[in-house]
Design a protein around this ligand. Structure first.
Ligand code: G4P
Length: 317
């Protein structure tokens, strides 16, 4: 999948975060509970070391509860990490978050010194909604289109806590192709940056294998039909999209299925929760994909090295 990032801005913002990290006492990572791995900033994962971190599983109202618990247990095993699953829109979570900061920094909070926290989150994850709750006043924008970064913003909270925000920061250089798809499905990547049918095919295939009952409930396609398609149709994903498209009247000239239209319907309905509570990745899937990323990276580096060697060899003769 071809995804367009904002390389110039992103690089600057990442550099700024890297620079400020040593002064940060605690990181608040706002993750999308449906994709806790793909919505994580790989740079933070690499650089945080043992820095106290609160991983907030936001939009947990849209995620599979069972999977959210599995993810929380997975992270809670790590040193200095605490997790909290919530729906930032729902109610005031300020006390819960402050009490977690207290647990992770028992001595620091309430002392004379300021506690510097860094809040990170991909566009649309609900970070602004959460910041407004934490600061008890409307601070950051809320909106549904991923924004271009505006560099670091400092927000003062109660109890001597300062929140450093990275507005609209989207992690560049996604090496894991699956993460790109999952971000597109859940709304972390601008729609202009991907092909709708491509993303919808990925989504429906995932649902056919992992949440067939949800497809049956929403689109009235029997589980038997889904299983038959999986086993016999190499283009089962497109076939299902066509069935949904026909049912929803997504037709061009009254005959051909309008794949763009039905893809938009599917993605919107997934995002709005009409297909039920869904999670698109598990810790074991993450481990497998990370291994693959590492293998591809090594291969790429070896190829680059071979190319350089060849060039040097050609220069020397
Ligand atoms: P951002 O700063 O990370 O970019 O995200 P923001 O707070 O602007 O939230 C993006 C969208 O996600 C908003 O919807 C917001 O209401 C919604 N949202 C935030 N947290 C949650 C959550 O826990 N669960 C659910 N279901 N939605 C959440 P919007 O449609 O853009 O705005 P609005 O219609 O809510 O005003």
């Amino acid at each position: 999948m071809q995804i367009q990032w904002y390389p110039g801005h992103m690089h600057k913002a990442q550099e700024e975060v890297k620079e400020i990290l040593p002064q940060i006492d605690l990181i608040i990572e706002v993750l999308d509970a449906r994709i806790p791995f793909s919505s994580e900033n790989p740079m933070i994962a690499k650089l945080r070391g043992n820095k106290p971190t609160i991983k907030i599983f936001n939009k947990s109202d849209l995620a599979d509860n069972e999977q959210t618990t599995i993810w929380q247990n997975y992270f809670n095993d790590s040193k200095n990490i605490k997790t909290l699953a919530l729906n930032a829109k729902d109610s005031d979570h300020k006390q819960q978050i402050f009490s977690l900061i207290n647990k992770l920094l028992p001595k620091k909070i309430n002392s004379i010194k300021v506690t510097n926290t860094l809040i990170m989150g991909i566009p649309n994850v609900g970070k602004s909604t959460l910041i407004n709750t934490l600061s008890s006043r409307p601070i950051a924008k809320t909106g549904n289109e991923p924004a271009v970064t505006k560099m670091l913003q400092r927000i003062k909270l109660d109890q001597g806590i300062t929140l450093l925000d990275t507005p609209g920061m989207l992690w560049g250089n996604i090496e894991n192709e699956h993460s790109g798809y999952r971000l597109a499905i859940t709304g972390g990547i601008k729609e202009t940056a991907f092909e709708l049918p491509d993303v919808a095919s990925y989504a429906i295939e995932y649902l056919m294998h992992n949440y067939p009952a949800n497809i049956t409930k929403r689109y009235n396609i029997s589980q038997k039909k889904i299983t038959t398609l999986i086993n016999n149709d190499p283009y089962a994903d497109v076939t299902i999209l066509e069935i949904i498209g026909r049912d929803r009247g997504c037709l061009i000239n009254g005959a051909k299925i309008d794949l763009d239209k039905v893809s938009r319907i599917l993605i919107t309905e997934i995002r709005d929760g009409y297909l039920g509570k869904l999670t698109f990745e598990t810790p074991s899937v993450m481990d497998d994909e990370l291994k693959l990323v590492e293998i591809n990276r090594t291969k790429k580096e070896a190829k680059k090295l071979a190319k350089l060697k060849k060039r040097d060899h050609n220069i020397n003769i």
